[in-house]
Design a protein around this ligand. Structure first.
Ligand code: NI
Length: 150
């Protein structure tokens, strides 16, 4: 395993839309293992491939006692609204309240390529949405007013 370099705000890859993964194979799993090591060293609760310079459509989560990879994740339902403070390993030392749907259902392929579905609320819901945003080139600061962003 290897610790990968985390790209910071301003790096173009953070603004790219990650592309669907066709095959879940050992090469992808090795990359996911590296992502986990990178996230753990950085003490993060989530990490998307864009943040380590890849446009593969995969993100990982370690929040609320749940640790998993989401390959080609897709939000299938979103209800309610909730504000929570968010940060991002690509935007160090910046935190802000972000309002998002409170409850989401997400479908994805897991580490072994099996179709999985998860219902998430609370912090986990925000984390899942934050990481899927990364795969669409969206950062949490995009939700802030220009006043707060500055
Ligand atoms: Ni982030």
């Amino acid at each position: 395993m290897a610790v990968l370099d985390i790209h910071l705000l301003g790096s173009p890859v953070l603004r790219e839309r990650a592309t669907e993964i066709a095959v879940v194979d050992d090469a992808l799993r090795a990359f996911i293992d590296d992502m986990f090591e990178t996230m753990n060293v950085a003490c993060g609760v989530g990490l998307a491939a864009n943040q380590v310079g890849s446009t593969q459509r995969v993100a990982i989560i370690d929040a609320e006692g749940q640790t998993f990879a989401m390959i080609n994740p897709r939000i299938v339902s979103a209800t309610g609204k909730e504000s929570k403070e968010e940060g991002c390993l690509s935007i160090p030392q910046q935190y802000a309240e972000v309002e998002r749907p409170a409850l989401v259902r997400v479908k994805y392929l897991d580490y072994n390529g099996n179709v999985s579905e998860l219902q998430a609320d609370g912090l986990l819901s925000h984390c899942v949405q934050h990481e899927i945003d990364h795969l669409n080139g969206v950062l949490f600061v995009d939700y802030l007013s220009s006043l707060k962003r500055n």
